[in-house]
Design a protein around this ligand. Structure first.
Ligand code: CUA
Length: 335
């Protein structure tokens, strides 16, 4: 190949690297931002793209060029390549440049991570518990009974502080719109912070392969006005006040939702469509004792065609009142 061709090729590769880098930062890779810190995390990704895409283009182009330029010219072409010795200058260049880039990116990420993890004033503390295959969110309720919810309801503009743990295997709590993610591990409590500044409903995803129902372990972050959140807390975790007469009695439908039953079971009355466990639309005819056993000792009897994967700790995580209310609810709606 003539030298002039190589120069044209080199210019072409540089142009391609610039265009590809420009294009990579034009693409909107991430979902809507809901917290101010997200912007900084996205900037880290932009820095990563800018520092890696040009190298990708240049290296792939060099490989392609060599494949064509130095190809053997037939079956009888068994010539050795020209003998050559290393180049100290070149080796210093290709060691020092990447080292500086990696150190720079490391420091930049560290600074942003420090800001993400910084303690904020007036934090709302929320407990996050992962189990196969649902998240439960626990709220302190100034002296009163704790609120347990399957929906992560939070007030807008208030810094949130999550304490994350698991009852069984490792899960990972991820809020894509807030860019934050942290593992939930049994016996360990890990912290996570972000401040939602946009109203709306956003997905919460388990992002650690945790068993057969991993893909169904999705719930909702619901960012509401602070006033609405206050009412939700005052109502014990409901947007509308409990109907008079029902006060003091556990609500089976609410427990069905907050215990995460819907991620594995189908129950039309609760809009649940899980298929990992047997349908509950036909269990209304069972006795209270039978239903209770199926909840607290799920492996005692396994419906044929299903796996013994239901957590066996509902006898510990739900109170007796809760269990009774849940059984009664299933008897009412399960037929
Ligand atoms: Cu829990 Cu995946």
């Amino acid at each position: 190949m003539k030298n002039s061709h190589r120069i044209v090729g080199l210019i072409g590769v540089v142009v391609l690297a610039v265009v590809a880098t420009w294009a990579s930062v034009q693409i909107d890779w991430f979902p809507e931002l809901i917290s101010p810190i997200d912007g900084k995390i996205d900037s880290v990704y932009t820095a990563l793209l800018i520092s890696s895409v040009p190298f990708f283009v240049i290296i792939v182009a060099a490989i392609a060029f060599m494949l064509v330029e130095f190809r053997a010219t037939g079956d009888d072409d068994e010539r050795d390549g020209e003998p050559m010795h290393g180049s100290t200058k070149l080796e210093i260049v290709w060691t020092v440049i990447p080292t500086l880039i990696v150190i720079g990116l490391g420091i930049y990420s560290w600074v942003v991570l420090d800001e993400i993890e910084a303690k904020q004033p007036n934090e709302l503390k929320i407990g996050v518990v992962g189990q196969q295959f649902a998240w439960t969110f626990n709220y302190e309720n100034s002296g009163k009974e704790k609120i347990r919810s399957s929906e992560l309801v939070v007030p807008k503009d208030r810094p949130l502080f999550f304490s994350i743990t698991s009852l069984d295997v490792i899960h990972s709590f991820w809020v894509p719109n807030a860019r934050v993610k942290r593992d939930a591990t049994k016996g360990v409590v890990t912290p996570l912070r972000f401040t939602p500044t946009k109203l709306g409903r956003y997905p919460i995803v388990c992002t650690e392969l945790c068993g057969i129902g991993h893909a169904t372990m999705r719930q909702t972050l619901n960012v509401v006005e602070p006033e609405k959140f206050k009412k939700w807390v005052a109502n014990g975790g409901k947007f509308t006040a409990a109907k008079p007469g029902k006060a003091g009695k556990a609500d089976g439908a609410a427990i069905f939702a907050s215990a995460g039953c819907a991620s594995c079971h189908t129950l039309k009355a609760a809009n649940a469509a899980g298929t990992l466990g047997p349908t509950l639309d036909t269990v209304g005819g069972q006795s209270s004792a039978e239903l209770l056993e199926s909840i607290v000792k799920p492996n005692a009897k396994i419906v044929s065609g299903f796996n013994p994967i239901m957590p066996a700790n509902f006898g510990q995580t739900l109170s007796k009142d809760d269990l009774d209310a849940l059984v009664e609810y299933l008897q009412q709606v399960g037929k």
